[in-house]
Each structure stands twice: as structure tokens, then as C-alpha cells.
Design a protein around this ligand. Structure first.
Ligand SMILES: O=C(CO)[C@@H](O)[C@H](O)COP(=O)(O)O
Ligand SMILES: [Fe+2]
Length: 226
């Protein structure tokens, strides 16, 4: 079972972009641990969002929480230094979007960031062979990437269990993050399957009271991880 602390990472994809700084301040005040920052390029995924300038603007605004950059861009390498300079804490990418996965991981780390690999719902976990030990984080997608507000794909639970086993066997401190369709009413079983880091966009930003929903999520995770 996971030994890492629980992290709730609201995805700002569902925030009010016109008031982004205030929205991030509010979720952090409400108990969020990280800020999940979805970068989409209208090429690797059919949607277009935000880039390094917005990350830098959040840092300038005073956001000090870890910024968890989820790159859904192809190719990946060119944009990595820009995000590192803009204040990213963790940079995760999809193996399908990199010609040289090992090289991209080293590139991220050489810029002082933590490195994560993101597996789409249909991506086999074998992609972790030979690189797991180099990673700080494995991110399992429980929806197909590109949009917030989709439903959790149930097969992600078995995938979490299998990746959890591999991480535990490695003996390394690697976070296991889940992204897509995470809500207060399914986060307990997701935690029981082995996740320690939980992205939630619509479930948090569409709720009237951020502290209430984050509190309920943390309580459900604590109960499941006991
Ligand atoms: O990376 C993505 C989507 O591609 C996610 O981070 C979503 O933004 C999560 O949103 P919800 O499913 O929680 O609404
Ligand atoms: Fe994401």
C-alpha cells in the first residue's frame, strides 16, 4: 500500500479563467495541496488551453503551492525548459507524445523539476519498463485526455492496483496519481486501489463550497488508506 501522503490537486481546467489567481488562492485556502495545470495543444488532444506564461503569472500572483503540469502536447521537449522557468514543480508527459521517453524524463529532471509519465486508459503499463526507477510520479488517466467533466473509466481501478504493485516492488518513493472523473463519492475506492495523488477538476470547481468537497474527499481517502 502507498506510504506517500495524500495529495488533492484541483485541475484548474474547470476554474473560472477570468479570475484564475483568485480561484487558485481559494482552492489552496480550502485545503488543496497542489495545483494541477492542464496544457493542451489542439494537436495531441483536441483542445487548447494554457501555457508557461499562465504558470509564471500564477507564481507572480503569489501561488507557492506545487504546480503539477500535465503536458498534453506533442512534441514535448521544446516546451519543458519554458515550464521549468515558469515555476513548474512537476512536469508529466504522455509517452506517445515523445520520440525518446527516457531522454524527456532526464530533460525534465535536468531542469530541476520532478518527472511524471502519463498513461492513457488504453496505454499498457509495460511502458513503465526501464523507466519506472527514473520517475517521481506515474499518472494514470481515468478518462481520455482533452476535456474536464468526463466519467471515470472503471478499468482504471485494476490498472491502479497493478501499477501500485510495481511501485511498491521498486522500493522507490514514486507517487501514483489519478486524473479524470474523480469525485467525493468514488475517491475512496480509487484510494483503496492504490492512488495517493488525486486530480479533480469539475468535482471541486463546480461545487459551491470548495472546502466542503475537499474535506469530504480527504476524509474518504483517509478512511480507505487506513
Ligand atoms: O487532464 C485532464 C483532462 O485531459 C484532467 O486533468 C481533467 O481536467 C480532470 O477534470 P475532471 O474529470 O476532474 O472534471
Ligand atoms: Fe490533467
Amino acid at each position: 500500500m502507498a506510504t506517500q501522503s495524500t495529495v488533492i490537486a484541483p485541475s484548474i481546467l474547470s476554474a473560472d479563467f477570468a479570475r484564475l489567481g483568485e480561484e487558485v488562492d481559494n482552492v489552496i485556502k480550502a485545503g488543496a495541496d497542489w495545483v494541477h495545470f492542464d496544457v493542451m495543444d489542439n494537436h495531441y488532444v483536441p483542445n487548447l488551453t494554457i501555457g508557461p506564461m499562465v504558470c509564471e503569472a500564477l507564481r507572480k500572483h503569489g501561488v507557492s503551492a506545487p504546480i503539477d503540469v500535465h503536458l498534453m502536447v506533442e512534441p514535448v521537449d521544446r516546451i519543458v525548459p519554458d515550464f521549468a522557468k515558469a515555476g513548474a514543480t512537476t512536469i508529466s508527459f504522455h509517452p506517445e507524445a515523445s520520440a525518446h521517453v527516457h531522454r524527456t524524463i532526464q530533460l525534465i529532471k535536468s531542469h530541476g523539476c520532478k518527472a511524471g509519465l502519463v498513461l492513457n486508459p488504453a496505454t499498457p503499463i509495460d511502458v513503465l519498463d526501464w523507466v519506472l526507477e527514473d520517475l517521481d510520479l506515474v499518472l494514470l488517466m481515468s478518462v481520455n485526455p482533452g476535456f474536464g467533466g468526463q466519467s471515470f473509466i472503471p478499468s482504471a481501478l485494476e490498472k491502479l492496483r497493478r501499477v501500485r504493485e510495481r511501485i511498491d516492488r521498486s522500493g522507490r518513493e514514486i507517487r501514483l496519481e489519478i486524473d479524470g472523473g474523480v469525485k467525493a463519492d468514488n475517491i475512496g475506492e480509487i484510494a483503496a486501489a492504490g492512488a495517493d495523488t488525486f486530480v479533480a477538476g469539475s468535482a471541486i470547481f463546480n461545487a459551491p463550497d470548495y472546502a466542503d468537497v475537499i474535506g469530504r474527499m480527504k476524509a474518504a481517502v483517509d478512511a480507505a488508506r487506513k
